[in-house]
Write a new protein. Structure first.
Length: 169
């Protein structure tokens, strides 16, 4: 486990990351968590004694990473931009997200769509699945499943799907 103090930072204007809150994880610390990894990977541990698991360390180039702090997590730690936190991180080898049955059934209706989805790396699959699982109503969930199926038909990744939906508005 790697233990360090970090300042909560926020992206001002950085494309899809605009407004994100995060802590910076330098290459030397990231490589202690998962040696020689250059792609996104999942971590567990704690931030200011609040337990975390399944969070992604995202590569930022030059070997450095960031750990994104979403609103529910920031509320739990009761900190915001400019605050310092104590971070304890370890590689989360046990992290798995199961594909929901309704999504699998809809993608399986056309074999190439399910195959295309399963060829995405786990991190990209998780973007779709987490987004689907955060739907608060059955109507929203159904709309999201339709969007995911259309994304696979169009060979879109998650950000492309979201941008396409925004352009249709």
């Amino acid at each position: 486990m790697v233990i360090f103090d970090a300042e909560i930072e926020r992206f001002d204007n950085k494309g899809e990351k605009t407004g994100w809150y995060y802590v910076f994880v330098p290459q030397q610390l990231a490589h202690k968590i998962k040696p020689n990894e250059k792609r996104s990977f999942r971590v567990k541990g704690s931030i200011d004694k609040v337990l975390i698991s399944g969070l992604a360390l995202l590569p930022m180039g030059e070997g450095d990473f960031i750990l994104v702090l979403n609103l529910p997590l920031r509320k739990k730690i009761n900190k915001t931009e400019g605050s310092f936190v104590k971070v304890n991180l370890a590689f989360d080898a046990d992290f798995k997200i199961e594909m929901p049955e309704d999504l699998q059934s809809c993608l399986a209706a056309e074999a190439e769509l399910l195959e295309r989805f399963l060829k995405l790396n786990k991190g990209h699959q998780n973007y779709f699945i987490n987004w689907l699982n955060t739907a608060k109503t059955e109507n929203t969930r159904t709309k999201r499943i339709v969007m995911i199926v259309e994304a696979m038909e169009n060979k879109f990744d998650f950000p492309q799907m979201i941008r396409s939906a925004q352009n249709k508005r």
